[in-house]
Design a protein around this ligand. Structure first.
Ligand SMILES: Cc1cc2nc3c(=O)[nH]c(=O)nc-3n(C[C@H](O)[C@H](O)[C@H](O)COP(=O)(O)OP(=O)(O)OC[C@H]3O[C@@H](n4cnc5c(N)ncnc54)[C@H](O)[C@@H]3O)c2cc1C
Length: 390
């Protein structure tokens, strides 16, 4: 990995973090507000630039152009970028913890060689397509189908809320591969965006997540070769275990939002005076800041534990759900407290606090809602599942 000044990033975690912080502040902070306001898609040239720095391959093997580091190293970069500009952080998140990581974990050698190098260089990008209009939390209700005949899969169905939908070059599509009911019939197939029959809905106008396009992805008799099958029917558990790495990335986005809200609030409380003294001198402000820090640090420790145990492999599902749920809820609350602490300025676009709050809500829903994480937490604690349908 290369630093801004051309020196190597292949050093310790602290050096990586410092360099990412510098990159975030110098290159992305000045653009983040405008991109958000104008809903500008994160530019492809910027994605390639992140690739040229090695940031899109932190967790991937050197054989595909990556640097084979543990997931925690990617998360520190995601956090630093996300404090200033979530669309920039999203690129590092998507390649290191998102669908490309699922391909890395579960794909064949041929699939890794075919898909990973251009993703790691920033030339192309891959999105994940699980949710459907009638299958969100109830993902196993999905109806998108990939049917095998004559050495080809024919894919039909509509996916909803797909981050980077219409922007990505390929989609990791969770689909019914067999007629087996529920989770048993589900697997995943990679569909390139330029295959005949792939189309996109209108761009969603989301409350936050601006700069990261979102759209329906529609598959109408789309044919892909048999070699594009990533996981066959019956591999749902395997897929969701690999997907739990993405939830570490998601929790990191929330952590960054909470940390940024806290940092800005600490500054503001010292700069702004009322009743003839800085806000920080009021005890209620001190208590608010302490509460914010307790929540941020609590989420950080849960995330660190989950990431350390994952190493270069898979995390423990209970630890991931604890980290994601805590970080998601924390980011919503802490950014809300930051708005309150900033008074009228918190309600303007200029101070960036409302942007943090809008994004906090998006990251909580993405990757499975906090409610569903809570259900998973109890399932994991008791070693049993709860039937949501009965
Ligand atoms: C910003 C953003 C980005 C996203 N990116 C992607 C993406 O890239 N790829 C992708 O596939 N999907 C993506 N999603 C979709 C996301 O995973 C779903 O929105 C999410 O899983 C919730 O599904 P839903 O919206 O259908 O809500 P629903 O499932 O309809 O849930 C509505 C509410 O009911 C609650 N609820 C549902 N079931 C239960 C239950 N059994 N018990 C208690 N409460 C319940 C939920 O917690 C929620 O509060 C994204 C969503 C957002 C907002």
């Amino acid at each position: 990995m290369t630093n801004l000044d051309g020196t190597s990033w292949n050093e310790g975690r602290e050096e990586i973090q410092d360099a990412a912080r510098q990159l975030a502040r110098e290159r992305y902070a000045p653009k983040a507000e405008l991109w958000d306001r104008e809903r500008t898609r994160f530019p492809v040239e910027e994605r390639r630039y992140l690739g040229s720095l090695g940031l899109l391959g932190i967790t991937h093997d050197a054989a595909y152009g990556g640097s084979g580091r543990p997931v925690i190293d990617a998360l520190v970069v995601v956090e630093e970028l996300a404090k200033e500009c979530r669309p920039a952080a999203f690129q590092v998140f998507e390649t290191n913890t998102g669908p490309a990581q699922v391909v890395n974990q579960l794909g064949t050698e041929e699939q890794r060689k075919r898909f990973l190098p251009p993703i790691i260089s920033g030339e192309t990008t891959m999105a994940v397509a699980i949710s459907e209009p009638d299958a969100g939390s109830a993902a196993t209700d999905m109806t998108t189908r990939a049917k095998l005949a004559g050495g080809r899969y024919t894919v039909n169905g509509t996916k909803r809320w797909i981050s980077n939908g219409s922007e990505a070059d390929s989609y990791l599509v969770y689909a019914r591969i067999s007629d087996a009911p529920g989770a048993k019939g589900i697997g995943a197939v990679i569909v390139e965006a330029d295959r005949p029959g792939v189309s996109f809905g209108s761009p969603e106008r989301l409350m936050g997540f601006r700069g990261i396009p979102s759209a329906d992805v529609i598959f109408d008799d789309v044919e892909v070769p048999e070699e594009n099958l990533l996981v066959g029917a019956g591999g749902f558990r395997q897929l969701f275990t690999a997907f739990s790495i993405e939830r570490l990335g998601n929790a990191t986005m929330s952590l960054a939002i909470g940390q940024a809200a806290l940092d800005r609030s600490l500054r503001y409380a010292q700069d702004r005076s009322q009743f003839g003294k800085p806000l920080i001198e009021f005890q209620n402000i001190q208590l608010t800041l302490a509460d914010m820090m307790m929540q941020v640090e609590g989420a950080r420790q849960l995330l660190l534990r989950a990431a350390h145990h994952a190493g270069t492999g898979l995390p423990v599902p209970l630890e991931v759900s604890l980290a994601k749920c805590t970080a998601n809820e924390m980011a919503k609350r802490v950014s809300d407290l930051a708005m309150q602490l900033h008074g009228g300025n918190g309600y303007t676009e200029e101070y960036g606090i409302e942007r943090l709050h809008r994004d906090a809500h998006g990251w909580a829903v993405a990757g499975g809602t906090p409610t569903m994480q809570r259900i998973r937490i109890v399932s994991e604690m008791l070693g049993r599942s709860f039937n949501q349908r009965g």
